[in-house]
Design a protein around this ligand. Structure first.
Ligand SMILES: [Zn+2]
Ligand SMILES: [Zn+2]
Length: 218
């Protein structure tokens, strides 16, 4: 979807009515029951409000159909099909303009999530904490994958996971509980605890924190 959008953005399409460049837009959703559809996720549309087709369209539609509307010139990518598409107002499609930066960001996050999920099977033997953390810290990753990642914290046995996880606010309370349990086990297995005053990791049997010097027995 992103690669298609990037390819289309390289293409230059001009409106035959006004000679202005067409804008790449997301195709509007259509009712499945209509059996209609543009056959493309994207459409090139002339959004020029001074385009003669659009300017004259208002009167034409008023005369022909007795309602408010006009036409925008539209082309379907990868085809020679062009249409005069009926629109209800100036703003139709201005909200559908393809935002490549937003699409890229979404795509990158999605790729990272997929790579991390694929890495889970071998992350313990690889000592790969990054993939596990990627999923645990990504609120938009699938909950089942994130829970699986949490279960790998103890076998991974890497205390570097403690700080990034403690800095995270979980939206899902069941995931938060699972994570807290895993961290407790991990700390106990390594004979360390978190200082209640400064949260630094210290020996389980320490009576004074070596970081903040607070007395832990008081
Ligand atoms: Zn035009
Ligand atoms: Zn401390």
């Amino acid at each position: 979807m992103l690669s298609a959008a990037l390819k289309y953005l390289e293409e230059e399409h001009t409106c035959p009515h006004c000679n202005k460049e067409l804008t790449l837009c997301h195709a509007p959703p259509v009712h499945v029951g209509d059996g209609l559809g543009w056959g493309s996720e994207f459409l090139f549309i002339c959004l020029n409000n001074d385009c003669p087709l659009f300017v004259k369209g208002w009167k034409y539609i008023e005369d022909q159909y007795g309602h408010v509307g006009s036409y925008r010139h539209m082309e379907i990518p990868n085809s020679n099909e062009t249409y005069n598409m009926m629109v209800a107002g100036n703003d139709a499609f201005t909200g559908s303009i393809v935002d490549v930066e937003a699409m890229k960001a979404k795509n990158e996050r999605h790729l990272k999530e997929r790579e991390a999920v694929a890495a889970l099977d071998s992350c313990v033997e690889q000592g790969d904490l990054d993939s596990v953390l990627t999923l645990i810290l990504d609120e938009r990753a699938k909950l089942a994958d994130r829970k699986r990642a949490v279960e790998l914290l103890v076998p991974l046995n890497d205390l570097a996971c403690v700080e990034p996880i403690r800095n995270m606010t979980f939206r899902d309370t069941s995931l938060e509980q699972l994570t807290n349990m895993a961290l407790s086990t991990l700390l106990a297995n390594n004979f360390v605890k978190e200082c209640p005053f400064c949260t630094e990791l210290i020996k389980s049997r320490a009576t004074v924190c070596k970081h903040c010097q607070k007395d832990l027995e008081g």
